[in-house]
Design a protein around this ligand. Structure first.
Ligand code: ADP
Ligand code: MG
Length: 332
């Protein structure tokens, strides 16, 4: 059973960024307005996510990390319209299987917090009182240490995984309104550095200025493309001639209804049209697809990074026309 659990867990948690992503999404689901991601040695030693959300109530302590435990989806019919990031109850149970999980939490109904330790099968093995503000801290030590092959990969690729994580955290910092997001990394000699700091303003514009900087913002223009009666794209794109000479994949951020997702086809289209208008340049792009939840499915893969549109070709076509219009008017 242990082995099967570890194999399945490996499908939700593929790497450092998917692990941290699950924790950040749990914090957002808990209504946090402040989230700190702390890493030790780029996440290789441990990582933790500290939030000021609603906390976890004591009657959930025992079941929290068991497979399929979730407090979010009460009715299966809800699946069409899930608005929380999580609903499968797989993240914490997977993280238990793949590393050493501890949780510190306190709701508004408790006067002290509780520190909880779980074993690899998700069982609660230790519990003690501790001091903490309302909210939750989830910490994972030694991710993948019990999967020899994955562990070797993890250590070899740690800088790459770290880079991917920072770009993912940038995506959340850009799109989350009113959520303060900080990421720190503490390296071997206990030097702690702040690698991301966003105060969580109320607008995409101000988030861009905080996360990507004023210079970058000045090279962008707002875009709004109507795809159909019920679907549109809102965001920012490099102004004509102000793109980058290099294909900085990490400078393009795509979202569906505020969720960071991978959109290789859209990215290809954006690059192609931008290059057509401006020779040998790649644009920075921040694009949020606003689309009825029933017209798309972001839950096709366990890590929820891929989206599936029920009418992909007409969306791409409308996007192509919209982008062509933007480029032709800004080149005129
Ligand atoms: P899911 O998010 O799919 O419900 P998870 O395994 O990610 O499943 O989390 C299990 C449960 O633990 C959640 O449903 C929630 O009740 C609780 N939980 C996890 N993280 C937090 C957090 N940061 N704040 C409050 N509750 C949390
Ligand atoms: Mg979750």
């Amino acid at each position: 059973k242990g082995v099967v659990h570890r194999i399945c867990a490996g499908q939700v948690i593929l790497d450092l960024s998917s692990a941290v992503k699950e924790l950040v999404e749990n914090s957002l689901d808990a209504g946090a307005t402040s989230i700190e991601v702390a890493l030790k040695d780029y996440g290789e030693e441990w990582f933790q996510v500290i939030d000021n959300g609603c906390g976890i109530s004591p009657n959930n302590f025992k079941v929290l990390a068991l497979k399929h435990h979730t407090s979010k989806l009460t009715d299966f019919l809800d699946l069409q319209s899930v608005t929380t990031f999580g609903f499968r109850g797989e993240a914490l149970s997977s993280l238990c299987a793949l590393g050493n999980l501890t949780v510190e939490t306190r709701t508004k109904n408790e006067s002290v917090a509780t520190h909880l330790t779980y074993d690899h099968s998700g069982l609660l093995v230790a519990e003690r009182k501790t001091a903490r503000q309302i909210g939750t801290t989830v910490a994972v030590k030694k991710l993948f240490s019990n999967l020899p092959v994955r562990s070797k990969e993890f250590h070899r690729n740690i800088r790459k995984e770290y880079g991917k994580l920072i770009s993912l955290l940038n995506a959340y910092a850009l799109i989350a309104k009113g959520v303060r997001l900080v990421c720190t990394n503490t390296t071997g000699k206990n030097v702690k550095s702040v690698v991301l700091k966003s105060q969580g303003s109320g607008s995409l514009k101000d988030n861009i200025i905080q996360v990507l900087g004023m210079n970058t913002f000045n090279c962008l223009e707002p875009i709004s493309i109507s795809i159909s009666d019920s679907c549109s794209v809102e965001g920012f794109l490099s102004k004509s001639g102000q793109g980058s000479g290099r294909n900085l994949g990490d400078k393009q951020y795509y979202f569906v209804n505020g969720r960071p997702v991978d959109m290789p086809k859209v990215s290809k289209l954006v690059n192609e049209l931008y290059k057509g208008a401006n020779s040998r340049q790649y644009p920075i792009a921040i694009m949020d697809f606003i689309i009825p939840t029933k017209a798309c499915d972001v839950n096709v893969t366990p890590d929820k990074r891929k989206v599936f549109f029920s009418d992909e070709s007409s969306i791409l076509q409308a996007l192509r026309e919209g982008l062509q219009q933007i480029y032709s008017s800004s080149n005129a």
